[in-house]
Design a protein around this ligand. Structure first.
Ligand code: SAM
Length: 290
């Protein structure tokens, strides 16, 4: 037995079950938002237009939308881009989108989990994919890191995320939001916090504010390490004890003697170190044969 909570309008073209959920697109499709899929649908037309303007899709662009939902952004992107692939987990929404947009040969719907999606199947041209998504908040961080595996093929990524996550992604040393997420994302991408979005822009309304962020994979990384996993370890260990000074918080990874050879103030706290300084520590510790 399936447990779909989606109910469609009586007598309309999408089914004959009882009406539940608002008809957001005005086409008779009623959909009860599913919490476990992080469904908060955009319905504020001003915000939708602002996001589309920020992305500015052209007919040369190959867009990929994650979680198109009921197509609030999809329709606008498709109006001007060259091709659009969409990855949607919810089978009912996938069917609805296929029925309403599938007639356009530039549109392809992939029903499934974005965390398992192989983006390299969409393009073999470096820097060609433009990723977009009002991401389900429960998987936003793993989703961004999954995408980084395909960064070679990605031109840019524009996401709606919880405001706090965007603040963490964009934070610089000394900011209260500075930490692992920002350091690791800034290693891979330029991060731009574009604008904030109030909870009233969604149905149903989330409990928190949201924001739009643009992530652009570095063509020429400003900082390069020998091994990214080693950098990850250094940053993780440092921020486990973010109130301690560096020499204490990194004690398990590197001796004070070794640390003191680097041009870094050992009295600093993890929240004050730049990405370049973390990279220096990482390369000092890294042993390729271990
Ligand atoms: N883009 C639509 C909008 O702005 O109105 C919907 C955004 S809603 C916040 C997130 C969307 O992601 C939903 O359509 C949900 O079904 C879909 N989704 C949730 N988990 C997913 C996953 N693992 N893979 C792909 N899509 C997923």
């Amino acid at each position: 037995m399936n447990d779909y909570s989606h109910k469609r309008g009586a007598g309309d073209k999408y089914g004959s079950a009882e009406k539940k959920g608002r008809d957001l697109q005005g086409d008779g499709f009623h959909h009860q938002a599913r919490k476990r899929f992080g469904q908060n649908f955009l319905h504020d037309q001003n915000i939708i237009q602002r996001i589309v303007r920020a992305i500015h899709p052209t007919d040369a662009d190959h867009m990929v939308e994650i979680g198109p939902g009921q197509g609030a952004l999809t329709r606008h992107l498709l109006a001007t881009c060259g091709r659009l692939d969409a990855v949607e987990l919810d089978r009912d929404l996938a069917t609805y989108l296929e029925q309403t947009l599938g007639i356009d040969p530039r549109f392809s719907l992939h029903q499934g989990d974005v965390l398992k999606f192989d983006f390299s199947t969409l393009s073999d041209t470096p820097g060609s994919l433009r990723i977009v998504g009002n991401l389900p908040y429960n998987i936003s961080t793993p989703c961004m890191f999954h995408l980084l595996n395909f960064s070679k093929f990605i031109k840019d990524m524009t996401f709606m995320l919880q405001l706090e996550v965007v603040q963490r992604l964009a934070a610089l040393p000394g900011d209260e939001h500075y930490g692992r997420l920002g350091i690791m994302m800034q290693y891979h991408c330029e991060v731009e916090h574009l604008f904030d979005v109030p909870a009233t822009a969604f149905v149903p309304q989330p409990k928190v504010c949201s924001a739009i962020v643009r992530l652009t994979p570095h063509k020429n990384p400003p900082v390069k390490v020998q091994d990214v996993r080693c950098l990850q370890d250094v940053v993780r260990v440092a921020f486990t004890q973010r109130r301690k000074t560096l020499k204490n918080s990194l004690r398990t990874l590197i001796s004070e003697a070794e640390l003191s050879k680097l041009p870094i103030d050992l009295g600093l706290r993890p929240e004050n170190l730049t990405l370049a300084e973390y990279a220096m520590i990482s390369d000092t510790i890294y042993q390729p044969d271990r």
